[in-house]
Design a protein around this ligand. Structure first.
Ligand code: ES4
Ligand code: ZN
Length: 324
C-alpha cells in the first residue's frame, strides 16, 4: 500500500510551512540565531508535542517559529519541506505561511517572502515540484492587522496566489475578516479559510457565503449539518482534510472515528493533507497510511483522493490533465 500511495501523483493543499519545522532544524536555527528555547535536546522538543486541543498546539507552534529570522532560515525551512515532497511523490504543493507570526517579532515581511520564494523557485527547477504560496491571516488578531499585512505583501503579489485564514478558530468567526477577503479577491487573489476544525458548521457557511472561499481547510464538522453536506456535494467545494492533525488535536478521539472516507464515499470533494507535519507525526504519505491502518483505505479510494487533490488545486486545467 505504501508503494501504491507513493507512486500516485499527489498535490498537497493544506500545509503550514512553519509547521514543517523539524526539531533538528529548530535546534540548529536556535543555535545559529542565539534564540533561547525551553528545550535542550531534540528528544525534549518531541516530548513537548502532546496536545489536548488546537490552542495547546498553537502556543508551541508560535514558540518554534521564533527561531526563523533570516531569509536563509525561511529558505532552508521551505527547501527541507520540498525535498520531502519529492521523496513522497507530491508533484505540486500550495503551502501556507503566517507572515504575522514573524512581522509581530520584528522580522520584515520581505525577508519572509523572499526566503520562501527562493526555495520554491529552486524546488521547481531542481526537484520538479511546482508550488503556489498562500498568505494566511491570523484570525486571533484584528481585521485591521490583516489589512496592514495584506498591504505590506502587495508589492510581492506575484509571489502568492491566495489568502487564507488560520490560528485560533473559536471566537473568531469568518465574518470578522469579510472586508479584507473582499479586498484580496478584488485584487485577483484566490481565497481559502480554515473552518469547521474546532468551530461549528456555521463557520463553514460563513467562509462560503461571506468570505466566498474557493476551498475549505479542514471542514470536518460540516458532517454535523446535513444541509451543508448537500451543498458541499452539489457544488463540489473542496475540503482539505488533515487526518493526523485531527487526531493529535483531539478533533477525533481516534483515527477509526475519522469521517474522511465516509465523506469521500458520499461524494464530497475531500483531499488528504499533513497540516503541520513536523508536529503531528507525518507528511502526506503517513497521513494516507494512517487512513489505511485505521479505516482500511482501499487503492481505489487512495487513487480518488490523489485525483481530488489535483482537481482541487489552483493549477491550470492543462497541468491538471497531465497528472490525473
Ligand atoms: C494550524 Cl492545525 C491548525 N489550525 C489552525 N491554524 C493553524 N496554524 C497552523 N496549524
Ligand atoms: Zn491548518
Amino acid at each position: 500500500m505504501q508503494d501504491f500511495i507513493h507512486q500516485l501523483h499527489k498535490a498537497e493543499l493544506h500545509m503550514h510551512l512553519e509547521g514543517s519545522l523539524e526539531p533538528e532544524l529548530m535546534m540548529q536555527l536556535a543555535e545559529r540565531n542565539s534564540v533561547q528555547l525551553p528545550y535542550q535536546t531534540v528528544e525534549e522538543v518531541r516530548r513537548a508535542y502532546q496536545f489536548s486541543n488546537l490552542q495547546d498546539f498553537l502556543d508551541i507552534y508560535y514558540q518554534g517559529a521564533s527561531v526563523l529570522q533570516t531569509e536563509e532560515d525561511f529558505s532552508d525551512l521551505t527547501w527541507a519541506y520540498l525535498r520531502k515532497c519529492k521523496a513522497q511523490g507530491v508533484v505540486h504543493t500550495e503551502p501556507f505561511f503566517d507572515p504575522q507570526a514573524h512581522t509581530q517579532r520584528g522580522i520584515p515581511i520581505e525577508v519572509v517572502i523572499r526566503g520562501i520564494d527562493h526555495a520554491l523557485q529552486r524546488g521547481k527547477a531542481e526537484l520538479g515540484v511546482s508550488s503556489y504560496l498562500i498568505l494566511s491571516f491570523l484570525r486571533h488578531l484584528s481585521e485591521e492587522e490583516a489589512f496592514a499585512t495584506f498591504e505590506a505583501a502587495l508589492p510581492f503579489g506575484d509571489k502568492f496566489i491566495a489568502v487564507g485564514l488560520d490560528s485560533s478558530e473559536l471566537g473568531h468567526p469568518p465574518e470578522k475578516f469579510q472586508q479584507v477577503f473582499a479586498k484580496a479577491r478584488a485584487e485577483g487573489f484566490k481565497a481559502v479559510a480554515h473552518a469547521g476544525e474546532e468551530g461549528p458548521p456555521s463557520y463553514v457557511w460563513g467562509a462560503l457565503d461571506l468570505l466566498k472561499v474557493d476551498r475549505i481547510d479542514h471542514g470536518v464538522r460540516a458532517f454535523e449539518d446535513e444541509r451543508l453536506m448537500q451543498r458541499l456535494i452539489q457544488e463540489q467545494i473542496p475540503l482539505t482534510v488533515c487526518p493526523l492533525s485531527n487526531t493529535r488535536l483531539k478533533v477525533f478521539a481516534e483515527m477509526r472515528h475519522h469521517t474522511l472516507l465516509e465523506m469521500l464515499d458520499r461524494g464530497v470533494m475531500v483531499t488528504v493533507n499533513s497540516d503541520d507535519p513536523a508536529y503531528f507525526g507525518g507528511y502526506l504519505v503517513e497521513n494516507f497510511m494512517a487512513l489505511h491502518d485505521a479505516l482500511d483505505l482501499t487503492c481505489e479510494q487512495a487513487k480518488q483522493l490523489a485525483a481530488n487533490s489535483i482537481r482541487a488545486s489552483f493549477l491550470p486545467d492543462s497541468d491538471k490533465q497531465k497528472y490525473i
